[in-house]
Each structure stands twice: as structure tokens, then as C-alpha cells.
Ligand binder design. Structure first.
Ligand code: DMJ
Length: 586
């Protein structure tokens, strides 16, 4: 240490000796003061405990209730956090898998909406011909994977064969997220090839009439040739909440690209109607009535028909660069409702999972809600979504670290982040099956559920699975992407190698049990049975989502960064933008 440094230390020590506060100068006075303060505090708490025990407990409980420890990510198995560069061999393995799927489809069923890899056949959603369901859903994955020749052939088909002048009942939501979303993303990633925007506009114009209802909520189906909305008679004309509220990213981006406000207005109106329906708990039932714009008494869940409603609340806020606070309010309300009412802990291992609320009407007409410990595979998008939400609406400081530090998040942000991390762990536990694939639906054990303990050794089980009988619907794996979607987000937000390891394990299981030797991939009917039995179908989201998220998990994180892109619910990335003229409703 230099002489100057030593002199400074001596000065500091002297200053400390002489500059104490009055209390430290006269310790006896200080201790009398402390005693008086302690007495007043004890007296106040004693008084409150007698007359208002709740208030007293609120004051003292933080000192007695253990506070959750901030552990932002689960520990990597023996490996510390890694950098974000590509894991090239694993990334390239996903490209090979994509080619195995695509080339078989192209060989057997080019242009058909869906592919059946075992019978080597294609099929269409309507008898009047395909609408490019598989081709359009896959093309942006080809751009990302630099499969230029495949992308060129897909473009050729779109240019020469694709027509939306098709009679038949097409699902409004599926057509929007897969085909409109795919075209818009292809437009952006191709460097604005006008073909894709032209097709996107043609399709959107055919879909628009679905919004012409008394409330502005869309009808579930559309006849693209007639440009006419069609009621879903199977569901009494109701539209599911996820379907109504998962069109907005696509229509708003189209509005930006074409400078035509009609797309924006129609999509945003839906959100205004939902907000106006007064969701006191922030939770949304899974059906709404397009006639009056109200919620219909029906289940509340994060699974089918509910899932992407919650996803798009957050993503609409992100899409317009956090410039529309109404979505932040709606999202935060929804998360408060979900975390309070739906998120549960399992009995033995304390796994975080989500339940469903099922309405029941008594003979006297009174309604009560039954909590059911059922979790769809679809819910597994929610772990990553919660983490993304935590650093977005739960950020206390604006920009947060990777992974975020406790002091960078609000209390709600910390709550959501931890729940997201835990939910991903739970989803990974549902992969603890004979195939390493997770089932379509799991149930968690609750007291008095009447389940034979030997049939459910772990905290969750597949309902209705009986030895010797055909597997129930719940036991299937249909090539869904939700868990790997969450792993991709979690890796980008933490840099934790564990998430890549998890993703690789799932990819290996898919390779082992879903890959069809002659080409393509198929669903398995029971994830807990080896050798597997296949179902002859390769869902379009396998190439558009599952393989894309796996590819991006192993790709350099500078590619499509989450700070610049928002992924639609079918994994089609759109750039984040700042809207110049429109403002959200309030
Ligand atoms: C996809 O079509 C979309 O992610 C949708 O939101 C629901 N899930 C399927 C894939 O599982």
C-alpha cells in the first residue's frame, strides 16, 4: 500500500472515532431509548392482537414466515452457465430431422394440408382442395435453417398452386395462426418478397367477415370462397376464448405492413369486448358468445381453448414495444388470477402444476367451481411464457440481467419467474415415461382421488390407462411443441445449459420413437408403451414449431433475439414495432 493510502486510512479511522452519532456517543441514553421503543412496539402489537389479530399477524408474519429463496434457475448438472453460441452438431441434427419430415411430405403429398407418413398419403381440410396448411406453416423454418432449395420449391408451389378460393368450413383461428402467420413471417424473413404479403392479404380479406357479429367477437369458422363467417353449431354457436383472442398479432402486423387499419380495428375490438366483460378474477372461461360478447359458463383453464388467450395478452404488449399499457394491465390481472386460483403444488414432490376450474350447477341453480388437477400438455407453453412475462411486466428496472437478479424484478415478477421455472421442471417430469415423451394430458394426485397407489407411483398419472386395453386419448404424444417452446425461452433468458440438455433428451426420444424410417414422423398412441404404436399423422406444427424451437434452442442466441421478435402461437416470428398512429383502448 502506498504512503498516501496509509495516511488516508489513518485519517478515516480518526474521523470514525470523533464523528459518531449522539446515540453512539452516549450508549446509556441509547439503550434507554431502545427500551422505550421496544415497549411501545410490544404494547401496540399486543393491543392489535387483542382487537385486530389479522392486522397484528400481517405486521409480524414476515419475521416468522419463511420467505422464498431467490434461486433464479435450477442448477445445471455439474456444468455452469454457458455462453449463447450455437451448439452446431445438435442444431444440425434438428435440420436433418426437418429434412426427413419435409422431403417425405414433398415426395408423397406436396400441397396437401396434412400428411400421413405411414400410408404415405396427404389429405385436405376441405373437399375443394388444400390451403397450404403444411407448406406455408413450414416455410419460415426452412429460411431459418438455410434450406434454400426446399424454400424455393415451397415458394414455387405457393406462387403457382396456392388458392384460398376454397369452399368448406375452415377454422378461423387455425387458418390465421398457421397460414396467415406463416405467410407474414415468410414475408419478413425472405426480405419482403411481395408474393407472401399478397397471399396474406388475400387470405385475411376472406377471413375478415367472421368479425361481423353483433359483439365484434369472431365466428369460429369461415368459408373462404364465400367470404362468410360460420357459427360453430357443435358448440352452440360459441367461440372459444383462445380462438377469439389469438388472431391479434397476425392482424395487427398485417395492418402495419399494408397500412390498412381495418385489420387492426377488427382484432383489437375483440380485446375491448373481453375487457368489457368484467373479469373480476382476471380468469377467463373458455367460451364466449359472439351474439352478446359475454363469457359463457364454462371451464377455466390454461389448456385447450384457454391457453393462447393468456399467451397473447403478454405478446400483444410485447409486439408494440410495451407501448399499450392496457395489455399489461390485462396480463397482470390474468396472472394474479392464475397464480392465485389455478397454480397448485403436487402432494409428494411438491411439483408446481396448473389445475382447471369446472363449473357445477346445483339443483337450486347455484354455481360452484370444482378444482380439477388436470394439466394438458398444451399448458407447458406457460412456463416459458411466465418467465418472459416476469422480465417484461415484472421488471423493476427496465432492462434485466440474464438470468434476472432478485432486485431487478418486482414481487410479482419474482413470483412469476419462479413459477415459470418450476412449471418447466414439472413438464419435464411428465417426460418420465417409457419413451421419454410426455402424454397429451396428465392428472395430479390429490387426497381421496380414489386412484390405486400402485397405479400412480409418481405425483401424476395418465387417466384411464388400463393394461390390455387400447390407450386412452390422454396417453398420446402428437408431436406437440409446448415443452420445447418453454425450453427455448428459458435458455434465452438464463443461458442455463440445463435447458439445452432437456431439449436434447426430448429430441432424442422423438428420433427414437416417432421417426418413420421411410420418411416423416408420426404420433405415438401411448407414451408409456415400448415398442410404440404409431398413429398415421404428422401434425403441421411439428415442422413449424417443434423442430423450429429445437433448432433455435441450439442456434446462436443472436438469431431472432427475443428483444426484437415476438413469436406467434404457431412459432412464426414477427418483428416488434412501435405503432405510429394507433393507441390501445383503455
Ligand atoms: C399449435 O397449433 C399452437 O401452438 C396452438 O396455440 C395450440 N397448440 C398447437 C400445438 O400444440
Amino acid at each position: 500500500m502506498s504512503g498516501d493510502g496509509l495516511r488516508q486510512r489513518k485519517k478515516d479511522a480518526k474521523a470514525k472515532k470523533t464523528s459518531g452519532t449522539p446515540a453512539t456517543k452516549y450508549p446509556e441514553i441509547s439503550s434507554i431509548k431502545s427500551s422505550i421503543l421496544l415497549f411501545i412496539a410490544m404494547f401496540t402489537i399486543g393491543f392489535l392482537a387483542l382487537y385486530s389479530p389479522k392486522v397484528a399477524w400481517r405486521l409480524i408474519s414476515p419475521y416468522f414466515t419463511p420467505q422464498p429463496v431467490w434461486e433464479p434457475v435450477p442448477p445445471s448438472r455439474g456444468v455452469s452457465a454457458v455462453d449463447f453460441s450455437a451448439d452446431v452438431p445438435k442444431r444440425e441434427a434438428t435440420v436433418e430431422a426437418f429434412k426427413h419430415a419435409w422431403l417425405a411430405y414433398e415426395r408423397d403429398a406436396m400441397g396437401d394440408d396434412e400428411y400421413h407418413p405411414i400410408s404415405h398419403k396427404g389429405s385436405n381440410l376441405s373437399e375443394s382442395g388444400g390451403i397450404g396448411y403444411t407448406v406455408v406453416d413450414s416455410i419460415d423454418t426452412m429460411f431459418m435453417m438455410h434450406l434454400d432449395e426446399e424454400a424455393q420449391r415451397a415458394r414455387e408451389w405457393i406462387a403457382t398452386e396456392l388458392s384460398f378460393d376454397r369452399e368448406g368450413k375452415f377454422n378461423t383461428f387455425e387458418t390465421t395462426i398457421r397460414v396467415l402467420g406463416g405467410l407474414l413471417s415468410a414475408y419478413h424473413l425472405s426480405g419482403n418478397d411481395p408474393l407472401y404479403l399478397e397471399k396474406a392479404k388475400d387470405l385475411a380479406d376472406r377471413i375478415l367477415p367472421v368479425f361481423d357479429t353483433p359483439s365484434g367477437l369472431p365466428l369460429s369458422m369461415v368459408n373462404l370462397a364465400q367470404r362468410k363467417g360460420i357459427s360453430d353449431v357443435d358448440n352452440r354457436g360459441f367461440v372459444s376464448t383462445a380462438e377469439a383472442a389469438t388472431l391479434q398479432l397476425e392482424f395487427k402486423y398485417l395492418s402495419l405492413l399494408t397500412d390498412e387499419e381495418i385489420y387492426w380495428e377488427k382484432a383489437e375490438k375483440v380485446m375491448e369486448v373481453i375487457k368489457g366483460s368484467h373479469l373480476t378474477t382476471g380468469l377467463a372461461s373458455i367460451f364466449m358468445n359472439p351474439e352478446d360478447g359475454r363469457f359463457v359458463l364454462s371451464a377455466i383453464r390454461l389448456g385447450s381453448r384457454g391457453d393462447s388467450y393468456y399467451e397473447y395478452l403478454l405478446k400483444q404488449y410485447i409486439q408494440t414495444n410495451l407501448s399499450e399499457p392496457v395489455y399489461r394491465v390485462m396480463y397482470d390481472d390474468a396472472m394474479n388470477g392464475v397464480l392465485t386460483h389455478l397454480v397448485q403444488k403436487s402432494q409428494k414432490a411438491g411439483l408446481t402444476y396448473t389445475s382447471e376450474l369446472i363449473p357445477e350447477r346445483s339443483m337450486g341453480g347455484e354455481i360452484s367451481w370444482r378444482l380439477t388437477p388436470k394439466q394438458d400438455h398444451l399448458v407447458c407453453f406457460f412456463g416459458g411464457s411466465l418467465m418472459l412475462g416476469a422480465i417484461t411486466t415484472g421488471s423493476a428496472t427496465g432492462k434485466v440481467s440474464v438470468p434476472p437478479r432478485a432486485d431487478e424484478l418486482t414481487e410479482q415478477g419474482k413470483r412469476d419467474w419462479l413459477a415459470g421455472v418450476e412449471l418447466i421442471e414439472t413438464c419435464m417430469r411428465t417426460h418420465d415415461t417409457a419413451t421419454g415423451l410426455s402424454p397429451e394430458i396428465v392428472h395430479f394426485r390429490i387426497p381421496n382421488d380414489g386412484i390405486d397407489g400402485s397405479g400412480a407411483a409418481q405425483d401424476w398419472y395418465i387417466k384411464g390407462a388400463r393394461p390390455g386395453e387400447f390407450p386412452p386419448y390422454d396417453a398420446r404424444y402428437i408431436l406437440r411443441p409446448e415443452t420445447v417452446e418453454s425450453l427455448f425461452i428459458a435458455f434465452r433468458l438464463t443461458g442455463n445449459r440445463l435447458y439445452r440438455d432437456y431439449g436434447w433428451a426430448i429430441f432424442e426420444s422423438i428420433q427414437k420413437y416417432c421417426r418413420i424410417e421411410s420418411g416423416g414422423y408420426a404420433s405415438v398412441v401411448n407414451v408409456d408403451e415400448v415398442p410404440v404404436r404409431h398413429e398415421d399423422k404428422m401434425e403441421t406444427f411439428f415442422m413449424s414449431e417443434t423442430l423450429k424451437y429445437l433448432y433455435l434452442l441450439f442456434e446462436d442466441a443472436n438469431v431472432l433475439p427475443l428483444s426484437q421478435y415476438v413469436f406467434n402461437t404457431e412459432a412464426h416470428p414477427f418483428p416488434i414495432f412501435h405503432p405510429s398512429i394507433r393507441t390501445g383502448f383503455s
